[in-house]
Design a protein around this ligand. Structure first.
Ligand code: BMA
Length: 329
């Protein structure tokens, strides 16, 4: 049995795997948990991130408003299923007006490190790059320097320093709906200067794992286990009907996370439900966060569905480890 290294969180959302179900990830039976119009001005709420906070949970939510302006909003919950999302987007404080000027913000991730919650997101700055900020209370958000030059998406921090350095996964890209993309890791002594970039893994060549043949990108904050960093990521296949986004998993070396120990040949979840196949962008499941319970190995996955709503799904550390090891790339 693999062990999650982290806090016991017995209160996270959970449902047992349905009898006879053979896949490694199963959905919450009352999905989607956040509807597209959960706040008055939202046209869709999807790729979003949640964390344990105080005696409940907090989150940062991607809401595209009725002008299709993409922004990120703070929200709070007692049970991590029913959410109160602020009606106004996050405003950041900081020293540099140029940095604070908003173009667009989307696909947030939230990562608790040491004493604060870091937010990363896809930040418009003459093209998409990785915005970075921190908060202690989900009320005041301090914006830091963008991590990288454009063009980049899917900045995902590791939840602790590794060999004395902060580490961030990302997916260098281009200006548009990038038809390519591999995962890299970058290192920083101070959350400002990022370097020592290392290639982690790329799109899969050939048809043995075609669900990840076009591009891949990191999803939730990696989960530390005694066997390595468990990474849930998205993989994309370009079809004659557009991109299809699915979820997969990989295990990265604890000390050198650019070394891939396992990678699943089969996806762990794809868009098969109506709310995943049908929406503003059909056939998308896009994971951005997990809640984990170290005691039981339970994992709750938060994902955007069809770029329209937020879904919740469940798995365990052993389900994913066994799946990867039984079906390696
Ligand atoms: C990606 C990002 C995601 C989105 C996905 C599917 O390029 O823009 O926000 O969920 O496309 O449209």
């Amino acid at each position: 049995m693999a062990k999650i290294i982290g806090n016991a969180l017995p209160g996270i959302p959970w449902q047992e795997k349905p009898e006879g179900y053979v896949k490694p990830v199963w959905r919450y039976d009352n999905n989607p948990i956040i509807k597209r119009d959960a706040i008055p001005t939202s046209g869709s709420i999807f790729n979003s991130a949640v964390v344990p906070f105080e005696d409940g949970y907090a989150g940062v939510f991607r809401c595209d408003n009725l002008g299709i302006s993409m922004d990120i909003y703070a929200g709070f919950s007692k049970d991590a299923i029913h959410w109160e999302i602020n009606h106004e987007p996050i405003t950041f404080v900081g020293d540099d007006e140029e940095l604070l000027a908003r173009q667009y913000r989307y696909d947030p991730r939230v990562c608790f490190i040491e004493d604060r919650y870091y937010i990363t997101w896809c930040n418009g700055y003459h093209g998409p790059t990785i915005g970075l900020a921190y908060t202690f209370d989900f009320k005041t958000f301090y914006q830091l320097e963008n991590a990288f030059l454009p063009y980049n998406r899917n900045g995902v921090l590791f939840p602790r320093k590794i060999n004395g350095k902060y580490m961030m996964l990302s997916r260098p890209s281009d200006t548009g709906h990038t038809p390519f993309g591999d995962i890299f890791v970058s290192q920083s002594p101070d959350m400002e200067h990022w370097g020592h970039h290392r290639f982690v893994m790329g799109k899969y060549p050939g048809d043995a794992s075609a669900w990840q043949a076009t591009k891949i990108g990191p999803g939730p904050v990696p989960i530390e286990t005694d066997e390595g960093w468990l990474l849930i990521y998205h993989g994309v296949l370009q079809t004659c009907n557009g991109f299809v986004y699915r979820m997969g998993c990989a295990l990265l070396d604890l000390e050198q996370p650019w070394k891939v120990l396992y990678r699943s040949r089969y996806y762990i979840m794809g868009p098969t439900e109506l709310y995943e196949q049908n929406g503003d962008v059909p056939n998308v499941v896009f994971p951005c966060a997990t809640l984990t319970d170290a005691e039981t190995g339970r994992i709750a996955i938060y994902y955007g569905a069809a770029d329209t709503v937020v879904g919740l799904a469940f798995t365990t550390v052993d389900e994913l480890m066994n799946w990867m090891k039984a079906n390696p790339c």
